[in-house]
Design a binder for this molecule. Sequence first.
Ligand code: BMA
Length: 308
Amino acid sequence: MANEVVFKRYDKNPIITPKNVPRANSIHNSAIVRYKDEYRGIFRVDEIDMRYTLHLGRSKDGINWYIEPEPIKMKSNDPEIFISKQSYDPRITLLEGKYYIVWCNSTQHGPALGLAYTEDFEEFIQLENPLPPCTRNGVLFPRKINGKYALLHRPSDRGHTPFGDIYYAESPDLIHWGHHRFVMGPIDVVWQSLKVGAGPAPIETKEGWLLIYHGCWQSCNGYLYYAGAAILDLDKPWKVIYRTKDYILAPTEWYERVGDVPNVVFPSSAIVYEDGTIRLYYGCADTYVSMAEGKLDELIDFVKKHSV
Ligand code: BMA
């Protein structure tokens, strides 16, 4: 396999294909966590009418999955919050004992972040919309920072946004968001020269918050998506300490190159194990979910040694 710098791909990738759900056209950018001795996932399923919705998945090993054929029904007592018919690209964060999901709703006013939590992966409670449209790629930090909840997101437009910067926002109560700060944007390095967006929930390390993100550039055949990593200041996460010049994962395998949108790796969940292994789940070509593993300390060394 080409270009494996820290992460080694699982040899039976892709682990999830459209065959996992009867009506699926594709299953890709999804949020996966460990739950008790098992795994749970919130999967983006595009169905055969090309509507995209969030479905619950259960797995004992994180590789073989049962995914519910019907979308998750979130509970909310406020009809004014965005519960759109189309939802995509969830991220998940374990925060104060609850699993918080941030995803993107397609609304008539453009893409808008949704926020919900679950404690048991049975009942999902939707909270106030964190921000107005247009913004995507939202993910919560796993603890309060300076006494506030913290969110990364990417302001966008209504279409296939040809720009994208990562921003930081904080909140005392997960309802009111402010203290907006620019974190990072595209730079003059080809694979991350058009837009960047946050991937999995940031991981706290001694060096700072490890953020795995996607970077995008435009070739004559459209957008290509790669994975990179950065280390953000622990107390001021809008300050970037290191950021990879080289990508950590690129679309090189058939399942990353061929699909509804070719040449896409879209990192969306990461799990750190007790032995220091980091497992990355990522969407492939807007069609599949795959998995790759590496060592957390090697990833941090790589980010530091190959920083811009
Ligand atoms: C982004 C998002 C992702 C998708 C990617 C590549 O803008 O819409 O859902 O994986 O484009 O098509």
